[in-house]
Design a protein around this ligand. Structure first.
Ligand SMILES: *Cc1c(COP(=O)(O)O)cnc(C)c1O
Length: 467
């Protein structure tokens, strides 16, 4: 018998591994079926290694350890929490707004138990799903309201209701695309509205709208061009004037605010975005905005405006397909309630807390954690603390950045090592996402709230050989 065959014989059996003391935790965590499959796989890999000349068969403990690591890796959710150090606070690809604790608690309670979603507790009759947030939105905006899946749905539903089979007038300068597949002209055609473009990309005048209005006009639409700005020789028709034109023509004016805010953000050191109340006081009959942008809640689309228009929107059969579930309604209600106490909003609403965080605070953090980060990435990289600019994200105020502080990691051996570092950071138990910029990996610390967790995750980074 040659030594290779004897080494193969030394390999434990699947049964022996599973019956060992070491396997107890494996079985406990993953169950009989998955544990057996993983052990079988590890043993067949070990057999293959022995056949190509590996010297020693792995011990039972080693087989269990490999099976555990493999199952634990498969078990990790691709939706697990990560560190957003991109510098974009409302990052659409990273899930936008973080939900306030009060809203998380409300959502969890609604998930766990039955709730009076469409049930009127005062009389025991059927109730309205929207009623949980309608009064609150009226309190905050002064108008009637309804809520759907997201703002794209809000725009779709409102346009279909107001201008389905009719014309929707919009300025060429406002026919925007907002990342992904949201293009205003496409949404309009899917809403069954015929797009009537007026003006030019940079200039639109009141008479452009006036001469486009006719008996087939269903709505005049104003879109807040939140994610780009045309500069130089430009004219747009102010909302107030557009409202006069709409009133004359007896058609509703709809204003898609996108990231509409419920409060004036300038009190938190940010630039002023038009608020929902502004849009209404300027004469919009319908205003649409997102739940998970500046508002800081879960994904949702709000439609606020004139009572009879909201009623027509609620009668539209499409509403049923676009409605939100009890979990999000509970979170929305709790989020909106926080706005009743503006003084404590920045404390309670994570989005606002992150946006309002001072540069000095972030700089102090950068200096504090620099040595630990330098030691985690190893001597092949150099880490520096320096100023950078954060963005709000989600199309809000893209040109108005917020002064922040970052750790800039550069490689002593070129860009490839930096890309490998980015990859390793993404593979961590809790992934770390930065941005590559000007030959450095930038970790903007504005959104780093759990510093201890970050440092402990980072300690598991395999140090790099710069070669
Ligand atoms: C973001 C945005 C939308 C889409 O909102 P979602 O909530 O992402 O569906 C529509 N219009 C404008 C102007 C926006 O900024």
């Amino acid at each position: 018998m040659d030594s290779k065959t004897s080494r193969l014989r030394d390999l434990p059996s699947v049964d022996a591994v599973l019956k060992s003391n070491e396997a107890a935790l494996l079985l406990e965590r993953f169950g009989q079926k998955a544990a057996t499959a993983a052990v079988r796989l590890m043993l067949s890999e070990a057999r293959a290694e022995l056949k190509v000349g590996a010297s020693d068969p792995p011990s039972t403990a080693k087989v269990v350890e490999r099976a555990f690591a493999s199952l634990a890796n498969d078990d990790r959710s691709t939706l697990r929490p990560l560190f957003n150090l991109t510098g974009t606070v409302l990052h659409t690809n990273l899930g936008r707004a973080l939900i306030a604790e009060a809203a998380i608690e409300a959502a969890v309670a609604a998930m766990r138990d039955p709730v009076a979603l469409e049930y009127d507790l005062s009389n025991g009759k059927r109730g309205e799903r929207d009623d949980h947030i309608r009064a609150l939105l009226r309190e905050l905006t002064g108008e009637d309201a309804t809520v759907v899946n997201n703002n794209a749905a809000a725009v779709l539903l409102a346009l279909n209701t107001l201008a389905g089979g009719r014309e929707a007038i919009v300025s060429r300068g406002e026919l925007i695309e907002i990342g992904g597949a949201f293009r205003m002209p496409d949404i309009m055609s899917r809403a069954g509205a015929k797009l009537v473009e007026v003006g030019t990309t940079n200039r639109t005048h009141p008479n452009d709208y006036r001469s486009a209005v006719n008996a087939a006009t269903g709505v005049i639409l104003k879109v807040h061009t939140s994610n780009y700005r045309i500069m130089g020789f430009t004219t747009e028709v102010a909302a107030r004037q557009l409202a006069e034109i709409a009133t004359e023509a007896r058609v509703p004016l709809m204003n898609d605010l996108g990231s509409g805010s419920l409060i004036d953000l300038s009190q938190f050191g940010l630039k002023r975005e038009p608020t929902v109340r502004d849009a209404i006081s300027e004469g919009a009959d319908i205003v649409t905005f997102s739940g998970d942008k500046l508002l800081g809640g879960p994904q949702a689309g709000f439609i606020v405006g004139k009572r009879e228009l909201i009623a027509a929107i609620n009668r539209n059969p499409m509403k049923r397909a676009l409605r939100v579930d009890k979990i999000r309604l509970a979170a929305i209600e709790a989020t909106l309630k926080l706005y009743r106490d503006p003084d404590r909003l920045a404390e309670r609403l994570p989005t606002l807390r992150l946006l309002a965080r001072s540069q000095a605070d972030i700089a102090a953090q950068a200096k504090r954690i620099l040595p630990a980060v330098q030691s985690a990435v190893g001597p092949g990289f150099s880490v520096q603390a320096r100023e950078c600019q954060s963005q709000i994200g989600s199309g809000a105020l893209p040109l108005d950045t917020i002064a922040s502080f970052c750790l800039a990691i550069s490689s002593n051996s070129g860009g490839l090592a930096l890309e490998r570092l980015s990859t390793d950071l993404r593979r961590l138990e809790r992934p770390v996402i930065g941005r590559l910029e000007d030959g450095a990996l930038i970790l903007d610390l504005r959104c780093l709230t759990d510093e201890a967790a970050f440092l402990s995750v980072l300690a598991n980074l395999n140090s790099h050989d710069p070669a």
